[in-house]
Unconditional design. Structure first.
Length: 331
């Protein structure tokens, strides 16, 4: 099967993979009904994990699907099922000859899906890692409850400054968790730090502050206990150099070696997701088309806010697959 040419006609393509929060009951159901390879991907996950994850994705219940320990593997399985469908239609998504101007990237947990796409981690290895990541994050949240909130109308720099001031004043934990796009920043921390920061950011001009429906402080120091145990799981998982560079969440730089990927996965749990900088780096390196592979359109929505000139595609169901394949073949 011919290699999937990321830079055909001189146009670079980056494949993006959504993280926790994009899950929805029913995701993957229509895909599995239309494509045997997708159905096999879900069935493989059921066998690897030892429970009926596919039924949870297809039918819910929503509360169980949304649980961190389930949402993370559910999203990876759905994204990989979509990838495998695309490979049947267009050939392998990555190969050793792919241009350096082609990238993969994932938002938070989506970074693991991106690694599977890049060939750095096997499907089975990635699936087991995100299941363990979800378990450890849930456990850390129970031990050290935290909060997260979306800050709308302010950019990352002033938000980070306020968080640093509040942390110094209160001794609480609060920091930027996600710099998603201009005017949309997520902060994370403990109750004391978060409550004080929310008041201060309101005074600093935030247009709207939306507390998130989570009880964990992802991408903050409160995840340190989980990071310690996750490091052991990462070390036990075979990781190889990716066939296509991954833009890391915490560095916003292309990662091309197994060692740099291992460091990123460990740092990512307590460090922030620099999504704005990641997309800007991809654009600077020649990427013109961004393709979100997974349920929803959260990431391409962020790309639009970062650079309206960038072309955006979303692939989450059979209709999305058909539209992308038609676009690709007509170029």
């Amino acid at each position: 099967m011919a290699g999937f040419d990321f830079v055909a006609a001189g146009r670079g393509v980056a494949f993006l993979f959504p993280g926790q929060g994009s899950q929805t009951v029913g995701m993957g159901r229509e895909l599995a009904a239309h494509y045997p390879v997708a159905a096999a991907t879900f069935a493989e996950a059921d066998g690897l994990l030892g429970f009926d994850l596919s039924k949870l994705c297809f039918e819910g219940p929503e509360a169980e699907l949304t649980d961190t320990i389930n949402a993370q593997p559910a999203l990876l399985v759905t994204s990989v099922a979509l990838l495998r469908v695309l490979e049947e239609e267009l050939g392998p998504l990555t190969d050793a000859g792919a241009s350096a101007s082609a990238y993969v990237a994932g938002h938070s947990m989506g970074e693991y899906s991106a690694l599977v796409a890049s060939g750095a981690v096997t499907y089975a290895g990635g699936l087991r890692l995100v299941r363990e990541r979800g378990r450890l994050m849930k456990q850390a949240g129970e031990q050290n409850p935290g909060m997260m909130a979306a800050i709308l109308g302010l950019d990352e720099a002033p938000v980070a400054m306020v968080c640093a001031e509040i942390a110094a004043q209160t001794g609480g934990v609060v920091q930027v968790a996600n710099d998603n796009c201009p005017g949309q920043v997520v902060i994370s921390g403990d109750k004391a730090g978060m409550e004080a920061a929310i008041v201060a950011l309101g005074s600093a001009g935030a247009r709207k502050i939306v507390p998130l429906a989570v009880s964990i402080a992802a991408h903050s120091p409160l995840m340190q206990p989980a990071a310690v145990e996750l490091r052991a799981a990462i070390a036990a998982t075979p990781i190889v150099d990716p066939r296509v560079p991954l833009i890391g969440n915490t560095t916003a730089q292309p990662l091309t070696t197994a060692a740099s990927i291992s460091e990123e996965l460990t740092a990512q749990l307590t460090g922030g997701v620099r999504w704005t900088s990641s997309i800007q780096r991809a654009i600077a390196d020649g990427i013109s088309d961004f393709v979100e592979v997974g349920p929803g359109e959260a990431l391409v929505g962020m790309v639009k806010r970062i650079d309206r000139a960038a072309n955006r595609h979303s692939i989450g169901d059979p209709a999305g697959v058909a539209a992308f394949v038609a676009w690709w073949q007509s170029r």
